[in-house]
Design a protein around this ligand. Structure first.
Ligand SMILES: Nc1ncnc2c1ncn2[C@@H]1O[C@H](COP(=O)(O)OP(=O)(O)O)[C@@H](O)[C@H]1O
Ligand SMILES: [Mg+2]
Length: 288
């Protein structure tokens, strides 16, 4: 093993994406690999000409699933696997998988496909959802990060505004876990190992994401939290995972989501553990 690419999204101008790639690039260099951080659009998906000068492996930090598949088709090992990136990129899809493996999670209903210019408002469907989950509830778009596409719905009026606005979008209805308001746990997993974890807390919002104003501290996981986080990563097939856990009514862990390309800067700052080193070591072990 001598060369690697670290791919991140080039259209996102926020520094945290290039910073994330740089953490991985540096870790690879420390392990003696010649590593290049590349923006996704710097690799042309030219189906006839393909690519030359291929690396030995790729750490894929982007959600450009087509590019990940293109690279995998070139015969290059891509981490995480494109199928895993695709599953995790859509929360509805990953909840299907988590439910299939019986993982504990908040009560969740996947919204049906509704074409944007049509409506099922009069069908009675939404009333059944209200009945089943109750208010307040959480509505979560399939594609979203940093808490930006996760909404707390407190009234029927808000509920119907969202169901109307989200026509054409993949999303889920989810029980609001009140015992976890403003707090959760992030667990970073590499292969079969929990590498680092932190408890996140927000005083101002029900969402504990640090980007959304939360703060974090190092935390020792209970055996149940360890077990559920590991099972969640396995359920979606992730070799690298950032699992978010909620606190159920009796502090029991519930899976909130699994991130395939979890950011590792905050957990590094909080715990002093650089998850990138574990990721590179894992890949080198696997490919040797
Ligand atoms: N069902 C829920 N009940 C209570 N809080 C939740 C629930 N789902 C998510 N949250 C809070 O919102 C945050 C963001 O949700 P999450 O599903 O992790 O989406 P994102 O991908 O945007 O991080 C979580 O970290 C958690 O603090
Ligand atoms: Mg999250």
């Amino acid at each position: 093993m001598s060369t690697c690419w670290v791919i991140y999204n080039g259209s996102l101008t926020n520094d945290k994406f290039s910073d994330q790639a740089e953490l991985l690039r540096e870790a690879a260099e420390r392990a003696g690999i010649f590593a290049v951080a590349k923006k996704n659009y710097e690799v042309m998906m030219d189906l006839q000409n393909g690519l030359t000068d291929l690396p030995d492996f790729i750490v894929f930090l982007d959600k450009d699933i087509l590019l990940a598949s293109f690279l995998k088709n070139m015969g290059i090992p891509v981490f995480n696997d494109p199928d895993v990136i695709e599953t995790c990129d859509n929360k509805a899809k990953q909840y299907l998988q988590l439910a299939k493996y019986g993982l504990p999670m908040p009560k969740t209903i996947i919204a049906p496909k509704v074409y944007p210019t049509f409506s099922i408002r009069e069908s009675g469907y939404y009333e059944k959802v209200l009945n089943e989950i109750g208010l307040p509830m959480v509505i979560k778009e399939g594609h979203g990060s940093f808490g930006m596409k996760v909404y707390l719905v407190e009234t029927e009026e808000q509920f119907f505004e969202w169901t109307d606005a989200l026509r054409g979008v993949d999303y889920v209805f989810q029980e609001f876990v009140a015992s976890s308001r403003g707090r959760d746990i992030r667990v970073n997993i590499v292969g079969d190992e929990i590498v680092a974890s932190m408890a996140r807390k927000s005083e101002t919002d029900f969402r504990a994401n640090i980007t959304n104003g939360g703060s974090a501290t190092k935390v020792d996981l209970t055996p149940a939290q360890q077990e559920i986080a590991m099972q969640a990563a396995k359920a979606v097939g992730a070799e690298f995972a950032g699992v978010d856990l909620l606190y159920g009514e009796n502090e029991e862990p519930l899976v909130c989501e699994v991130n395939a390309a979890a950011h590792i800067r905050n957990i590094y700052n909080v715990t002093g553990i650089n998850v990138a080193d574990a990721m590179i070591a894992y890949i080198l072990r696997k490919l040797q």
